[in-house]
Write a protein that binds this ligand. Structure first.
Ligand code: A2P
Length: 317
């Protein structure tokens, strides 16, 4: 399996299993299947509301001797309701308990958006906390303390613009080592990739397949469908691969980690095999043309009349 190196030499498998939208009833079998198929990287988050089931599958595979913890890469994320420094370690400890492990390989701030402690999903004005009142730099110090305590090996962020990353880099004792962002041919984010590369920050692509199973409330009318795009289909036909494999191979060819979600045994295996698909310059040039700056996960759910956040303040665009 292709892998990317962190500054200390730790290696992260470049293709991992996404678990957002994997229902608690299906995810345990999916993780078990993925580990049996050869996945060694699982991307998790408490807001996916399935970490206990993911943890059960991991523990079962370790107990059966099928995989060692040291050979697994486990990522999880700090939810918006735990940005207050005194909330960070308890949130992490809950994730560790749920995943049945004593450390994470990577812990990420899930969004540059803060809620009041204990509020899973802010709707009313008083449930949101503006970043001016709860600065990312303070949350980050608590993340750094989790590294010092040996609870996490690496720390990073998700959904951070270049401006927010740059500001954090200027304030951090431990530099962020990962930015997990939405990336696919309709949202190629070249400037962010260039910035991260210059700073030695690795990038993970979420929703690499276009996240077609998002809840209806997160979908817009007439959304473009990535898996049906004619260019993607042509490239797939040329390589005797599937459209999903082309999308994943494209992400890997750009040196980004990809974390496709599937709970289907055949598609899980198909996605892992995408690492064998090698796109050439002609394919990459054709896919480069597809960029349309389109976000499937646009964060509109954090905005509205009651919220201090707007799309402009979240994305700095
Ligand atoms: P399923 O879990 O039934 O396989 P993303 O990773 O961008 O969020 O996309 C996840 C969506 O893509 C899910 O609906 C998932 O369905 C579907 N999916 C995963 N792998 C494939 C594949 N190889 N071909 C087609 N659809 C896939």
């Amino acid at each position: 399996m292709l892998s990317f190196s962190f500054r200390n030499g730790d290696r992260l498998p470049a293709l991992g299993l996404g678990t957002w939208k994997s229902s608690p009833g299906a995810v345990q079998a999916a993780v078990a299947e993925a580990l049996a198929a050869g996945y060694r990287h699982i991307d998790c988050a408490p807001i996916y509301r399935n970490e206990p089931e993911v943890g059960r599958a991991i523990a079962a595979a370790i107990d059966a001797g099928a995989v060692a913890r040291a050979d697994l890469w486990l990522t999880s994320k700090l939810w918006n309701s735990a940005h207050a420094p005194d909330q960070v370690r308890p949130a992490l400890e809950q994730t560790l308990a749920d995943l049945r492990t004593d450390y994470l390989d990577l812990y990420l701030i899930h969004w540059p958006v803060a809620f009041a402690p204990g509020v899973p999903y802010a709707r009313k004005r008083e449930e949101f906390v503006p970043l001016a009142d709860q600065p990312i730099s303070e949350t980050w110090k608590a993340m750094e303390a989790c590294v010092a305590a040996g609870l996490v090996r690496h720390i990073g962020v998700c959904n951070f613009s270049v401006a927010k990353l740059d500001a954090l880099c200027g304030q951090a004792a431990i530099q962020p080592e990962m930015n997990q962002i939405e990336l696919h041919p309709y949202l190629q984010q070249r400037a962010t990739l260039d910035f991260c590369r210059e700073r030695g920050i690795l990038v993970t692509a979420f929703s690499p397949l276009g996240s077609g199973d998002r809840p209806a409330g997160m979908k817009k009318a007439n959304e473009p469908t990535l898996l049906d795009n004619p260019v993607i289909r042509q490239v797939a036909a040329r390589h005797k691969a599937t459209p999903a494999q082309v999308l994943l191979a494209w992400g890997l060819a750009r040196n980004t980690v990809v974390i496709p979600k599937s709970t289907n045994p055949q598609r899980l295996r198909q996605n892992l095999a995408a690492a064998e698909v090698r796109l050439d310059d002609r394919d990459m040039a054709a896919i480069a043309e597809l960029d349309r700056g389109y976000r499937f996960v646009d964060a509109a759910f954090f905005t509205g009349p009651e919220s201090p956040y707007t799309l402009a303040t979240i994305w700095d665009e």
